[in-house]
Design a protein around this ligand. Structure first.
Ligand SMILES: Nc1nc2c(ncn2[C@@H]2O[C@H](COP(=O)(O)OP(=O)(O)O)[C@@H](O)[C@H]2O)c(=O)[nH]1
Ligand SMILES: [Mg+2]
Length: 457
Protein backbone atom coordinates (compact mmCIF):
# COMPACT_ATOMS: atom_id res chain seq x y z
CA UNK A 1 0.00 0.00 0.00
CA UNK A 2 1.30 3.47 -0.83
CA UNK A 3 1.83 5.67 2.21
CA UNK A 4 -0.87 7.96 0.86
CA UNK A 5 -3.44 5.22 0.72
CA UNK A 6 -4.69 5.78 4.21
CA UNK A 7 -7.99 4.06 3.88
CA UNK A 8 -9.84 1.25 2.22
CA UNK A 9 -13.14 1.75 0.46
CA UNK A 10 -15.31 -1.31 0.62
CA UNK A 11 -17.68 -1.99 -2.27
CA UNK A 12 -20.14 -4.82 -1.90
CA UNK A 13 -21.74 -5.67 -5.20
CA UNK A 14 -24.53 -8.23 -5.44
CA UNK A 15 -25.31 -9.89 -8.75
CA UNK A 16 -28.84 -11.28 -8.83
CA UNK A 17 -30.71 -13.01 -11.58
CA UNK A 18 -32.69 -16.13 -12.23
CA UNK A 19 -30.91 -19.40 -12.97
CA UNK A 20 -29.11 -19.26 -16.33
CA UNK A 21 -29.29 -15.48 -16.58
CA UNK A 22 -25.50 -15.22 -16.78
CA UNK A 23 -24.36 -14.42 -13.21
CA UNK A 24 -21.44 -16.86 -13.20
CA UNK A 25 -20.19 -15.85 -16.64
CA UNK A 26 -20.43 -12.17 -15.75
CA UNK A 27 -18.49 -12.58 -12.50
CA UNK A 28 -15.84 -14.70 -14.19
CA UNK A 29 -15.31 -12.12 -16.94
CA UNK A 30 -15.28 -9.21 -14.48
CA UNK A 31 -12.73 -10.86 -12.17
CA UNK A 32 -10.51 -11.78 -15.13
CA UNK A 33 -10.56 -8.17 -16.36
CA UNK A 34 -9.77 -6.68 -12.96
CA UNK A 35 -7.03 -9.18 -12.20
CA UNK A 36 -5.38 -8.97 -15.62
CA UNK A 37 -6.21 -5.35 -16.26
CA UNK A 38 -5.60 -4.04 -19.77
CA UNK A 39 -6.72 -0.43 -20.28
CA UNK A 40 -7.05 -1.02 -24.03
CA UNK A 41 -9.66 -3.71 -23.49
CA UNK A 42 -11.43 -2.69 -20.28
CA UNK A 43 -11.89 0.88 -19.07
CA UNK A 44 -12.54 1.28 -15.35
CA UNK A 45 -13.48 4.91 -14.76
CA UNK A 46 -11.33 6.50 -17.46
CA UNK A 47 -8.78 5.48 -20.09
CA UNK A 48 -5.93 6.52 -17.81
CA UNK A 49 -6.94 4.27 -14.92
CA UNK A 50 -4.51 1.55 -13.98
CA UNK A 51 -5.26 -1.30 -11.59
CA UNK A 52 -2.38 -2.50 -9.39
CA UNK A 53 -1.68 -5.04 -6.68
CA UNK A 54 -4.74 -7.14 -7.28
CA UNK A 55 -5.01 -9.70 -4.45
CA UNK A 56 -7.66 -12.34 -3.92
CA UNK A 57 -8.90 -12.60 -0.34
CA UNK A 58 -10.74 -15.37 1.49
CA UNK A 59 -14.53 -14.91 1.64
CA UNK A 60 -16.35 -13.75 4.76
CA UNK A 61 -17.39 -16.29 7.39
CA UNK A 62 -20.37 -18.34 6.34
CA UNK A 63 -19.70 -17.85 2.62
CA UNK A 64 -18.39 -20.27 0.07
CA UNK A 65 -15.73 -18.76 -2.21
CA UNK A 66 -16.78 -18.10 -5.78
CA UNK A 67 -14.73 -20.64 -7.75
CA UNK A 68 -13.16 -18.26 -10.27
CA UNK A 69 -10.44 -20.63 -11.53
CA UNK A 70 -12.89 -23.50 -11.97
CA UNK A 71 -15.47 -21.35 -13.75
CA UNK A 72 -12.90 -19.88 -16.14
CA UNK A 73 -11.60 -23.34 -16.91
CA UNK A 74 -15.14 -24.63 -17.57
CA UNK A 75 -15.73 -21.75 -19.99
CA UNK A 76 -12.52 -22.51 -21.88
CA UNK A 77 -13.21 -26.20 -22.19
CA UNK A 78 -16.94 -25.97 -22.79
CA UNK A 79 -17.29 -28.10 -19.71
CA UNK A 80 -19.68 -28.36 -16.82
CA UNK A 81 -19.66 -25.75 -14.11
CA UNK A 82 -17.63 -26.83 -11.08
CA UNK A 83 -19.92 -28.77 -8.73
CA UNK A 84 -21.43 -26.35 -6.28
CA UNK A 85 -22.04 -27.06 -2.64
CA UNK A 86 -23.93 -23.86 -1.88
CA UNK A 87 -26.50 -21.85 -3.77
CA UNK A 88 -24.70 -18.55 -3.09
CA UNK A 89 -21.05 -17.55 -3.08
CA UNK A 90 -18.73 -14.61 -2.56
CA UNK A 91 -15.52 -13.39 -4.19
CA UNK A 92 -13.38 -10.92 -2.23
CA UNK A 93 -10.38 -9.03 -3.56
CA UNK A 94 -8.35 -5.92 -2.97
CA UNK A 95 -6.60 -3.65 -5.45
CA UNK A 96 -5.34 -0.13 -6.02
CA UNK A 97 -6.73 1.99 -8.80
CA UNK A 98 -4.70 4.94 -9.99
CA UNK A 99 -7.69 7.30 -10.03
CA UNK A 100 -8.28 6.76 -6.30
CA UNK A 101 -5.44 8.67 -4.68
CA UNK A 102 -6.05 8.06 -1.02
CA UNK A 103 -7.89 4.82 -0.94
CA UNK A 104 -7.56 1.30 -2.16
CA UNK A 105 -10.56 -0.80 -3.03
CA UNK A 106 -11.86 -3.82 -1.16
CA UNK A 107 -14.35 -5.42 -3.50
CA UNK A 108 -16.79 -8.11 -2.47
CA UNK A 109 -18.85 -9.70 -5.23
CA UNK A 110 -21.88 -11.81 -4.36
CA UNK A 111 -23.42 -14.43 -6.64
CA UNK A 112 -27.03 -14.60 -5.47
CA UNK A 113 -29.84 -16.75 -6.83
CA UNK A 114 -32.87 -14.69 -7.84
CA UNK A 115 -35.09 -17.73 -7.26
CA UNK A 116 -34.96 -16.99 -3.52
CA UNK A 117 -36.89 -13.78 -4.12
CA UNK A 118 -40.01 -15.93 -4.52
CA UNK A 119 -39.59 -16.64 -0.77
CA UNK A 120 -39.15 -13.01 0.21
CA UNK A 121 -42.76 -12.78 1.35
CA UNK A 122 -41.87 -15.22 4.15
CA UNK A 123 -39.84 -12.60 6.00
CA UNK A 124 -42.05 -10.96 8.58
CA UNK A 125 -44.82 -13.53 8.14
CA UNK A 126 -45.57 -16.60 10.21
CA UNK A 127 -46.61 -19.86 8.61
CA UNK A 128 -50.32 -18.94 8.59
CA UNK A 129 -49.59 -15.52 7.08
CA UNK A 130 -47.45 -17.03 4.35
CA UNK A 131 -50.13 -19.66 3.62
CA UNK A 132 -52.72 -16.92 3.12
CA UNK A 133 -50.32 -15.01 0.87
CA UNK A 134 -49.73 -18.01 -1.41
CA UNK A 135 -53.40 -18.95 -1.48
CA UNK A 136 -54.43 -15.48 -2.58
CA UNK A 137 -51.76 -15.55 -5.28
CA UNK A 138 -53.27 -18.78 -6.59
CA UNK A 139 -56.85 -17.54 -6.27
CA UNK A 140 -56.21 -14.35 -8.22
CA UNK A 141 -54.39 -15.65 -11.29
CA UNK A 142 -55.92 -18.00 -13.82
CA UNK A 143 -52.50 -19.38 -14.81
CA UNK A 144 -51.67 -20.22 -11.19
CA UNK A 145 -55.09 -21.79 -10.61
CA UNK A 146 -54.60 -24.08 -13.60
CA UNK A 147 -51.11 -25.15 -12.53
CA UNK A 148 -52.18 -25.61 -8.91
CA UNK A 149 -55.18 -27.78 -9.77
CA UNK A 150 -53.76 -30.85 -7.93
CA UNK A 151 -53.25 -28.80 -4.77
CA UNK A 152 -56.69 -27.15 -4.94
CA UNK A 153 -58.36 -30.54 -5.38
CA UNK A 154 -56.50 -32.14 -2.47
CA UNK A 155 -57.09 -29.25 -0.07
CA UNK A 156 -60.82 -29.45 -0.84
CA UNK A 157 -61.02 -33.08 0.34
CA UNK A 158 -61.95 -34.08 3.87
CA UNK A 159 -58.99 -34.27 6.28
CA UNK A 160 -56.14 -34.70 3.78
CA UNK A 161 -52.97 -36.32 5.09
CA UNK A 162 -49.54 -34.69 5.15
CA UNK A 163 -48.13 -36.93 2.40
CA UNK A 164 -51.07 -36.25 0.06
CA UNK A 165 -50.84 -32.50 0.62
CA UNK A 166 -47.09 -32.40 -0.01
CA UNK A 167 -47.42 -34.51 -3.13
CA UNK A 168 -50.22 -32.36 -4.54
CA UNK A 169 -48.31 -29.13 -3.85
CA UNK A 170 -45.18 -30.60 -5.46
CA UNK A 171 -47.11 -31.53 -8.60
CA UNK A 172 -48.52 -28.00 -8.67
CA UNK A 173 -45.08 -26.38 -8.34
CA UNK A 174 -43.79 -28.73 -11.04
CA UNK A 175 -46.58 -27.47 -13.32
CA UNK A 176 -45.53 -23.89 -12.54
CA UNK A 177 -41.92 -24.65 -13.44
CA UNK A 178 -42.95 -26.36 -16.67
CA UNK A 179 -45.08 -23.32 -17.58
CA UNK A 180 -41.97 -21.12 -17.12
CA UNK A 181 -43.34 -19.54 -13.96
CA UNK A 182 -40.39 -18.83 -11.67
CA UNK A 183 -42.52 -17.66 -8.75
CA UNK A 184 -42.11 -20.99 -6.93
CA UNK A 185 -42.10 -21.05 -3.12
CA UNK A 186 -40.48 -22.70 -1.18
CA UNK A 187 -37.91 -21.93 -3.86
CA UNK A 188 -35.70 -24.92 -2.99
CA UNK A 189 -38.10 -26.95 -5.11
CA UNK A 190 -36.77 -24.98 -8.11
CA UNK A 191 -33.18 -24.43 -6.96
CA UNK A 192 -31.99 -26.54 -4.05
CA UNK A 193 -29.59 -25.43 -1.28
CA UNK A 194 -26.68 -26.92 -3.24
CA UNK A 195 -27.49 -24.71 -6.21
CA UNK A 196 -28.88 -27.56 -8.32
CA UNK A 197 -31.83 -26.49 -10.47
CA UNK A 198 -34.87 -28.57 -11.34
CA UNK A 199 -34.39 -29.96 -14.85
CA UNK A 200 -37.27 -30.13 -17.31
CA UNK A 201 -39.04 -33.43 -16.65
CA UNK A 202 -42.55 -34.74 -16.07
CA UNK A 203 -44.44 -33.31 -13.07
CA UNK A 204 -44.31 -36.77 -11.44
CA UNK A 205 -40.55 -37.09 -11.87
CA UNK A 206 -40.01 -33.58 -10.49
CA UNK A 207 -42.26 -34.35 -7.52
CA UNK A 208 -40.24 -37.53 -6.90
CA UNK A 209 -36.84 -35.87 -7.00
CA UNK A 210 -37.31 -32.43 -5.43
CA UNK A 211 -38.06 -31.24 -1.90
CA UNK A 212 -40.30 -28.57 -0.43
CA UNK A 213 -38.03 -26.88 2.07
CA UNK A 214 -34.70 -27.90 3.60
CA UNK A 215 -34.94 -31.55 2.56
CA UNK A 216 -36.61 -34.85 3.27
CA UNK A 217 -38.41 -34.81 6.62
CA UNK A 218 -38.36 -31.00 6.68
CA UNK A 219 -41.01 -30.37 4.08
CA UNK A 220 -44.00 -28.05 4.30
CA UNK A 221 -46.63 -26.52 2.06
CA UNK A 222 -49.20 -23.77 2.58
CA UNK A 223 -52.42 -24.76 4.36
CA UNK A 224 -55.83 -23.13 3.93
CA UNK A 225 -57.60 -21.80 7.04
CA UNK A 226 -60.05 -24.73 7.23
CA UNK A 227 -57.24 -27.31 7.37
CA UNK A 228 -55.28 -25.16 9.83
CA UNK A 229 -58.31 -25.13 12.13
CA UNK A 230 -59.00 -28.86 11.78
CA UNK A 231 -55.42 -30.19 12.07
CA UNK A 232 -53.43 -28.31 14.73
CA UNK A 233 -50.66 -30.97 14.94
CA UNK A 234 -50.00 -30.66 11.23
CA UNK A 235 -49.85 -26.89 11.57
CA UNK A 236 -47.34 -27.20 14.45
CA UNK A 237 -45.13 -29.49 12.36
CA UNK A 238 -45.23 -27.33 9.25
CA UNK A 239 -44.74 -24.14 11.30
CA UNK A 240 -41.54 -25.47 12.91
CA UNK A 241 -40.14 -26.52 9.52
CA UNK A 242 -41.17 -23.24 7.99
CA UNK A 243 -39.37 -21.26 10.72
CA UNK A 244 -36.23 -23.32 10.18
CA UNK A 245 -36.40 -22.71 6.46
CA UNK A 246 -36.77 -18.96 6.92
CA UNK A 247 -33.74 -18.91 9.26
CA UNK A 248 -31.48 -21.03 7.04
CA UNK A 249 -32.44 -20.01 3.53
CA UNK A 250 -34.46 -16.84 3.30
CA UNK A 251 -32.91 -14.57 5.90
CA UNK A 252 -29.23 -15.09 4.90
CA UNK A 253 -30.01 -14.45 1.21
CA UNK A 254 -32.02 -11.33 1.93
CA UNK A 255 -29.51 -10.06 4.51
CA UNK A 256 -26.70 -10.44 1.99
CA UNK A 257 -28.70 -8.54 -0.61
CA UNK A 258 -29.47 -5.78 1.83
CA UNK A 259 -25.86 -5.39 2.90
CA UNK A 260 -24.69 -4.59 -0.62
CA UNK A 261 -23.73 -1.09 -1.67
CA UNK A 262 -24.66 -1.76 -5.28
CA UNK A 263 -26.81 -4.30 -6.96
CA UNK A 264 -26.65 -5.68 -10.47
CA UNK A 265 -29.96 -7.14 -11.54
CA UNK A 266 -29.67 -9.29 -14.63
CA UNK A 267 -32.77 -9.04 -16.79
CA UNK A 268 -32.32 -11.66 -19.47
CA UNK A 269 -34.39 -10.15 -22.27
CA UNK A 270 -33.58 -13.06 -24.58
CA UNK A 271 -34.94 -15.55 -22.03
CA UNK A 272 -38.07 -13.48 -21.33
CA UNK A 273 -38.88 -13.16 -25.02
CA UNK A 274 -38.21 -16.83 -25.68
CA UNK A 275 -40.26 -17.91 -22.63
CA UNK A 276 -43.49 -16.17 -23.58
CA UNK A 277 -45.74 -13.68 -21.84
CA UNK A 278 -46.09 -15.80 -18.65
CA UNK A 279 -42.34 -15.70 -18.15
CA UNK A 280 -42.38 -11.94 -18.60
CA UNK A 281 -45.23 -11.44 -16.11
CA UNK A 282 -43.58 -13.58 -13.45
CA UNK A 283 -40.14 -12.12 -14.07
CA UNK A 284 -41.59 -8.70 -13.51
CA UNK A 285 -43.29 -9.77 -10.27
CA UNK A 286 -40.00 -11.18 -9.01
CA UNK A 287 -38.22 -7.92 -9.77
CA UNK A 288 -40.90 -5.94 -7.99
CA UNK A 289 -40.66 -8.16 -4.91
CA UNK A 290 -36.89 -7.90 -5.01
CA UNK A 291 -36.92 -4.11 -4.98
CA UNK A 292 -39.59 -4.10 -2.29
CA UNK A 293 -37.61 -6.19 0.15
CA UNK A 294 -34.43 -4.28 -0.46
CA UNK A 295 -35.98 -0.83 -0.15
CA UNK A 296 -32.88 0.60 -1.77
CA UNK A 297 -32.13 4.28 -1.71
CA UNK A 298 -30.70 6.75 0.72
CA UNK A 299 -31.33 6.06 4.37
CA UNK A 300 -33.76 8.66 5.73
CA UNK A 301 -31.56 9.34 8.79
CA UNK A 302 -28.22 9.71 7.02
CA UNK A 303 -27.81 12.00 4.04
CA UNK A 304 -25.21 11.42 1.34
CA UNK A 305 -22.57 13.29 3.34
CA UNK A 306 -22.94 11.13 6.42
CA UNK A 307 -22.82 8.12 4.18
CA UNK A 308 -19.56 9.28 2.61
CA UNK A 309 -18.01 9.87 6.01
CA UNK A 310 -19.30 6.57 7.31
CA UNK A 311 -17.59 4.77 4.47
CA UNK A 312 -14.27 6.32 5.45
CA UNK A 313 -14.28 6.40 9.21
CA UNK A 314 -16.50 3.71 10.61
CA UNK A 315 -15.25 0.17 11.15
CA UNK A 316 -16.84 -2.24 8.68
CA UNK A 317 -19.42 -3.69 11.02
CA UNK A 318 -20.72 -0.26 11.98
CA UNK A 319 -20.91 1.22 8.55
CA UNK A 320 -24.41 1.90 7.39
CA UNK A 321 -25.03 -0.51 4.56
CA UNK A 322 -27.65 0.10 1.98
CA UNK A 323 -27.93 -0.06 -1.72
CA UNK A 324 -27.51 3.27 -3.43
CA UNK A 325 -26.74 2.06 -6.93
CA UNK A 326 -28.83 -0.24 -8.95
CA UNK A 327 -27.78 -1.52 -12.34
CA UNK A 328 -30.29 -3.28 -14.54
CA UNK A 329 -28.25 -5.27 -17.00
CA UNK A 330 -29.52 -7.14 -20.04
CA UNK A 331 -26.91 -9.90 -20.55
CA UNK A 332 -26.00 -11.94 -23.64
CA UNK A 333 -26.02 -8.94 -25.95
CA UNK A 334 -24.05 -11.00 -28.46
CA UNK A 335 -27.06 -13.33 -28.92
CA UNK A 336 -29.04 -10.60 -30.64
CA UNK A 337 -28.19 -8.95 -33.93
CA UNK A 338 -26.47 -5.52 -33.69
CA UNK A 339 -29.52 -3.93 -35.31
CA UNK A 340 -31.50 -4.89 -32.21
CA UNK A 341 -29.06 -4.11 -29.42
CA UNK A 342 -30.56 -0.71 -28.62
CA UNK A 343 -33.99 -2.34 -28.45
CA UNK A 344 -32.62 -4.72 -25.84
CA UNK A 345 -31.89 -1.72 -23.68
CA UNK A 346 -35.24 -0.03 -24.26
CA UNK A 347 -37.14 -3.26 -23.51
CA UNK A 348 -35.29 -3.56 -20.19
CA UNK A 349 -36.13 0.03 -19.40
CA UNK A 350 -39.80 -0.39 -20.26
CA UNK A 351 -40.05 -3.45 -18.06
CA UNK A 352 -38.47 -2.20 -14.84
CA UNK A 353 -37.81 1.53 -14.84
CA UNK A 354 -41.00 2.35 -12.97
CA UNK A 355 -39.87 0.31 -9.96
CA UNK A 356 -36.54 2.07 -9.61
CA UNK A 357 -37.89 5.48 -10.50
CA UNK A 358 -40.28 5.56 -7.57
CA UNK A 359 -37.48 5.42 -5.00
CA UNK A 360 -35.61 8.41 -3.62
CA UNK A 361 -31.86 8.57 -3.28
CA UNK A 362 -31.23 5.69 -5.61
CA UNK A 363 -29.05 6.00 -8.68
CA UNK A 364 -29.94 3.53 -11.32
CA UNK A 365 -28.71 2.84 -14.79
CA UNK A 366 -29.43 0.43 -17.61
CA UNK A 367 -26.85 -1.61 -19.44
CA UNK A 368 -26.88 -4.05 -22.32
CA UNK A 369 -23.80 -6.19 -22.05
CA UNK A 370 -21.97 -9.26 -23.09
CA UNK A 371 -19.64 -10.78 -20.51
CA UNK A 372 -18.00 -13.11 -23.01
CA UNK A 373 -18.64 -12.16 -26.63
CA UNK A 374 -19.20 -15.52 -28.31
CA UNK A 375 -20.72 -14.80 -31.71
CA UNK A 376 -19.74 -13.12 -34.94
CA UNK A 377 -22.15 -10.99 -36.89
CA UNK A 378 -23.33 -11.47 -40.46
CA UNK A 379 -25.19 -8.77 -42.36
CA UNK A 380 -28.99 -9.09 -42.21
CA UNK A 381 -30.57 -10.57 -45.38
CA UNK A 382 -34.09 -9.42 -46.27
CA UNK A 383 -34.71 -8.58 -42.63
CA UNK A 384 -33.51 -12.06 -41.50
CA UNK A 385 -30.77 -11.83 -38.90
CA UNK A 386 -27.86 -14.26 -38.76
CA UNK A 387 -25.02 -14.86 -36.31
CA UNK A 388 -22.11 -17.31 -36.26
CA UNK A 389 -21.20 -19.38 -33.22
CA UNK A 390 -20.82 -22.88 -31.80
CA UNK A 391 -24.30 -24.20 -30.98
CA UNK A 392 -24.80 -25.40 -27.41
CA UNK A 393 -28.02 -27.36 -28.01
CA UNK A 394 -29.73 -29.31 -30.74
CA UNK A 395 -33.25 -28.58 -31.98
CA UNK A 396 -34.71 -30.66 -29.12
CA UNK A 397 -32.81 -28.67 -26.49
CA UNK A 398 -30.28 -31.42 -25.70
CA UNK A 399 -26.75 -30.28 -24.96
CA UNK A 400 -24.29 -30.81 -27.84
CA UNK A 401 -20.54 -31.39 -27.46
CA UNK A 402 -18.45 -28.42 -28.67
CA UNK A 403 -18.26 -28.56 -32.47
CA UNK A 404 -17.52 -26.28 -35.42
CA UNK A 405 -19.00 -22.82 -35.70
CA UNK A 406 -22.24 -22.50 -37.64
CA UNK A 407 -24.38 -19.79 -39.10
CA UNK A 408 -27.79 -19.59 -37.41
CA UNK A 409 -30.81 -17.25 -37.56
CA UNK A 410 -31.92 -15.19 -34.53
CA UNK A 411 -35.19 -13.36 -33.94
CA UNK A 412 -35.42 -9.62 -34.31
CA UNK A 413 -36.43 -7.65 -31.21
CA UNK A 414 -39.73 -5.76 -31.05
CA UNK A 415 -39.80 -2.04 -30.21
CA UNK A 416 -42.00 -2.78 -27.20
CA UNK A 417 -43.13 -5.92 -25.37
CA UNK A 418 -46.04 -7.45 -27.30
CA UNK A 419 -49.37 -7.65 -25.47
CA UNK A 420 -49.29 -11.43 -25.84
CA UNK A 421 -46.84 -13.96 -27.21
CA UNK A 422 -46.33 -17.70 -26.94
CA UNK A 423 -43.19 -19.48 -25.74
CA UNK A 424 -40.94 -20.13 -28.73
CA UNK A 425 -42.14 -17.22 -30.85
CA UNK A 426 -38.73 -15.63 -30.34
CA UNK A 427 -35.56 -17.72 -30.47
CA UNK A 428 -31.99 -16.87 -29.54
CA UNK A 429 -30.00 -20.12 -29.79
CA UNK A 430 -27.41 -20.52 -27.04
CA UNK A 431 -23.79 -20.86 -28.10
CA UNK A 432 -20.63 -22.04 -26.39
CA UNK A 433 -18.88 -19.09 -24.76
CA UNK A 434 -15.60 -18.10 -26.42
CA UNK A 435 -13.10 -17.81 -23.60
CA UNK A 436 -9.41 -17.34 -24.49
CA UNK A 437 -7.36 -20.31 -23.33
CA UNK A 438 -4.57 -18.10 -22.01
CA UNK A 439 -5.53 -17.46 -18.41
CA UNK A 440 -4.24 -13.89 -18.18
CA UNK A 441 -6.05 -12.86 -21.38
CA UNK A 442 -9.61 -11.81 -20.45
CA UNK A 443 -12.50 -12.44 -22.83
CA UNK A 444 -13.86 -9.88 -25.26
CA UNK A 445 -16.63 -7.99 -23.48
CA UNK A 446 -19.13 -5.25 -24.17
CA UNK A 447 -20.13 -2.79 -21.43
CA UNK A 448 -18.92 -4.94 -18.52
CA UNK A 449 -16.40 -2.15 -17.93
CA UNK A 450 -19.12 0.50 -17.93
CA UNK A 451 -21.08 -1.59 -15.45
CA UNK A 452 -17.99 -1.98 -13.24
CA UNK A 453 -17.37 1.77 -13.35
CA UNK A 454 -20.91 2.36 -12.14
CA UNK A 455 -20.96 -0.16 -9.27
CA UNK A 456 -17.36 0.10 -8.02
CA UNK A 457 -17.52 3.54 -6.52
N1 LIG B 1 -23.42 -15.77 -25.84
C1 LIG B 1 -23.32 -15.52 -24.54
N2 LIG B 1 -23.81 -16.39 -23.66
C2 LIG B 1 -23.72 -16.10 -22.35
C3 LIG B 1 -23.13 -14.90 -21.88
N3 LIG B 1 -23.22 -14.90 -20.53
C4 LIG B 1 -23.83 -16.05 -20.20
N4 LIG B 1 -24.12 -16.78 -21.28
C5 LIG B 1 -24.73 -18.11 -21.32
O1 LIG B 1 -25.80 -18.18 -20.42
C6 LIG B 1 -25.82 -19.43 -19.76
C7 LIG B 1 -25.96 -19.25 -18.29
O2 LIG B 1 -24.87 -18.55 -17.76
P1 LIG B 1 -24.48 -18.67 -16.21
O3 LIG B 1 -23.46 -17.61 -15.95
O4 LIG B 1 -24.13 -20.06 -15.86
O5 LIG B 1 -25.87 -18.28 -15.52
P2 LIG B 1 -26.23 -18.26 -13.95
O6 LIG B 1 -27.06 -19.48 -13.72
O7 LIG B 1 -27.01 -17.00 -13.77
O8 LIG B 1 -24.95 -18.27 -13.18
C8 LIG B 1 -24.53 -20.15 -20.14
O9 LIG B 1 -24.87 -21.22 -20.99
C9 LIG B 1 -23.71 -19.13 -20.85
O10 LIG B 1 -23.05 -19.69 -21.91
C10 LIG B 1 -22.61 -13.98 -22.85
O11 LIG B 1 -22.06 -12.91 -22.55
N5 LIG B 1 -22.74 -14.35 -24.15
MG1 LIG C 1 -24.34 -19.53 -11.71
Amino acid sequence: MSIFRVKTTECRVGVVGLYNSGKTVLLTSLINHLQDYDPDRFVLGSRDTRVRKFTTLPPDDGWEAFNYAGCRDALVHGGRWPGKTRDRSQFACKFERSDWTFSDCLLKLYDLPGERIADAAMLGKDFAGWSEHILSLIANDAGYRTCCHPYLVTTATDGPEEAALLRAYKLSLANLILSFKPLVSPSTFLLDVKGQPARPDTPDALADSRFLGLGQGSEFCPLPAAIRAAQPELVARFSARYDQYVDHIVRPAVTALRSCTALVVLVDVTMLLAGGVGMYDDGKLILRDLLDILSPGEHPLFGPIARGLGKVFLPHQLRPGWITRLAFAAPKLDLVHPEDRDRMLSLTRRMVERYADSRDGLRYEFFNLSAVVSTKVLPAENGQRFLVGTPLRDAEGRKLPPGPEQRFPVSGLPDDWPTEWAPGRFTFPEVYPRMPVRKDYPPEQVNVDRLATFVID
